[in-house]
Design a protein around this ligand. Structure first.
Ligand code: HEM
Ligand SMILES: *[C@@H]1O[C@H](CO)[C@@H](O)[C@H](O)[C@H]1NC(C)=O
Ligand SMILES: *[C@@H]1O[C@H](CO)[C@@H](O)[C@H](O)[C@H]1NC(C)=O
Ligand SMILES: *[C@@H]1O[C@H](CO)[C@@H](O)[C@H](O)[C@H]1NC(C)=O
Ligand SMILES: *[C@@H]1O[C@H](CO)[C@@H](O)[C@H](O)[C@H]1NC(C)=O
Length: 439
């Protein structure tokens, strides 16, 4: 991998919190560097244009917003890392140091999927990232219990199709419900503090732990918490120059909801970009640890083990196979999950697509009795899944996760193939379970 930019070594654990804004020399220099952005927000933030059917979007509300405003390529493809490092401070007021690890990890995923370097021949320290959609590669950088996306294995035993990439308003609302937020005007609750965000985070873990196929949920707290830092940084209450009004940040819920659902800057709700002096890596890790350490009033049921631990290592760089691309990184070929780009269609097209998808899914759903028998077997003995998969043999080619459009015939054929493989796995699980049960 041809990485020459300095990787930020964040050594502190997400533990204890310290005051911010931080006034290091580094921050002061960087604030100067970004002083050049126009005060005119229409100039600074570009103009929103909805993505078209051939544009690439992914699981990151931050990057999707930059693309929708033309601060990075509107088609979401061939993105220059140097330009991303400039576009984030310009759009969100986030300082560059807060995105170094994410950018590194994206490059690793990019090389994994492309099977070749995403760096440049000139090795000038910049690299070209294929597109935003590849960020949805499951459990590489993408993770379970997102605030606004489904988990990719969530529907595995219930029809197979899970969209783990695009915004899903019901997923988002389950988090908003925790703090009693509705979009009614004026909203019941205006902002969420650390404790409320810890409540939301735990509720998401609990719900997704129950929705995922038993035993397959993977808890991934460090990136979730860093993303929580992004949410606080993007939505704390601010003056017109982006400085924090409160002494402790709170997430303004209507800004958060607008940003995620529209994938646009909430300027019409009085929002301005944060000051880079405030919104930097230190801010994000401080918020992460404060949220993690905020005592919650009651615990949701079915939490995965370790959900309430108060220290986690911060998100770290994915390992690289320097100097060759990181093909073997995740121990298997890139996974092409079952999904389709509902979120980037017009509302009407989206409804049509969903209806079609739900039809396909419903004709393939397993009888509930079978699902629940298998589910309880697997809950009791999660290792059965691995044993069953070994017996069932190689999985068929899966849906192509990275394509924006796929025709119905191909999709149907792929679902059918995946479904019969799934049936085979489930049959193996059932027979293994009954054999073991008799022993
Ligand atoms: C180059 C830098 C970045 C990369 C490669 C990146 C990539 C990603 C990826 C892969 C996810 C999906 C994780 C999941 O499964 O939920 C994600 C989520 C997220 N990103 Fe980014 N991101 C970057 C920078 C940012 C920045 C600067 C912001 C804020 C301004 C941001 C805001 C978020 C938020 C809030 C989520 C969580 C979404 C949810 O839980 O539903 N990201 N990002
Ligand atoms: C998208 O790509 C397809 C296939 O290349 C093409 O037929 C179609 O016109 C494109 N649509 C737009 C809006 O560019
Ligand atoms: C994104 O890149 C992947 C990997 O090269 C490719 O398979 C996919 O078609 C691309 N998707 C879009 C929407 O550009
Ligand atoms: C990325 O953009 C920067 C700044 O515009 C430019 O100097 C650099 O050459 C670009 N890199 C590539 C590989 O195009
Ligand atoms: C959103 O997620 C819910 C589950 O929370 C699911 O039932 C629904 O089909 C998803 N919607 C889309 C558009 O994928």
């Amino acid at each position: 991998m041809h990485l020459t930019f300095a990787l930020f070594a964040i050594t502190a654990l997400l533990k204890g919190s310290s005051a911010y804004p931080s006034n290091s020399d580094w921050v002061t220099e960087h604030v100067k560097r970004y002083d050049g952005f126009s005060d005119n927000l229409a100039v600074r933030l570009g103009s929103y244009q909805a993505p078209g059917p051939n544009d690439s979007r992914g699981p990151c509300p931050g990057l999707n917003t930059l693309a929708n405003h033309g601060l990075i390529n509107r088609d979401g493809k061939n993105l220059n890392s140097t330009e991303i490092k400039l576009a984030f401070p310009r759009g969100f007021g986030i300082a560059e140091d807060a995105i170094e690890v994410a950018l590194h990890n994206w490059e690793v995923v990019c090389e994994y999927i492309k099977g070749t370097t995403c760096g440049t021949a000139a090795n000038d320290g910049t690299f070209i990232l294929t597109n935003l959609t590849i960020l949805g590669e499951p459990h590489a950088f993408e993770h379970d219990h997102s605030y606004s996306r489904q988990d990719y294995r969530q529907n595995w035993a219930h029809g197979g199709i899970t969209d783990n990439i695009y915004f899903n308003s019901s997923e988002m609302q389950t988090g908003l419900d925790v703090v009693g937020y509705t979009t009614s005007n004026p909203p019941k609750v205006a902002a969420a503090n650390y404790q409320q965000f810890n409540d939301i985070r735990l509720q998401r873990e609990s719900i997704q732990n129950q929705r995922d196929f038993p035993g397959w949920f993977q808890q991934n707290v460090p990136p979730t918490l860093f993303e929580t830092g992004f949410i606080f940084g993007a939505t704390f209450d601010r003056d017109s120059s982006g400085k924090m009004k409160e002494s402790t940040p709170m997430a303004r819920l209507k800004w958060w909801n607008f940003w995620f659902s529209e994938e646009s800057f909430p300027t019409q709700l009085g929002w301005v970009p944060a000051s880079t002096e405030v919104f930097n890596s230190h801010f994000c890790t401080s918020v992460s640890s404060a949220v993690l350490n905020a005592a919650v009033t009651s615990l949701p049921k079915s939490l995965p083990a370790g959900a309430t631990a108060t220290t986690f290592p911060p998100p770290a760089n994915l390992p690289e196979g320097d100097p060759s691309p990181t093909l073997a990184l995740f121990q298997s070929a890139p996974y092409a999950a079952a999904t389709s780009p509902a979120a980037i269609k017009s509302a009407a097209a989206k409804r049509g697509l969903l209806a079609a998808r739900e039809n396909q899914a419903s004709t393939l759903t397993l009888p509930a009795s079978v699902s629940s028998i298998v589910a309880s077997e697997v809950t009791a003995k999660p290792s059965l899944i691995l044993a069953a998969i070994q017996l069932a043999g190689a999985a068929p080619p899966k849906f192509n996760l990275y394509q924006q459009s796929i025709d119905t015939v191909t999709l149907k054929a792929q679902i059918a193939a995946a479904q019969s493989y799934q049936d085979l796995v489930i049959a193996k699980i059932t027979s293994l379970a009954s054999v073991r049960g008799r022993v």
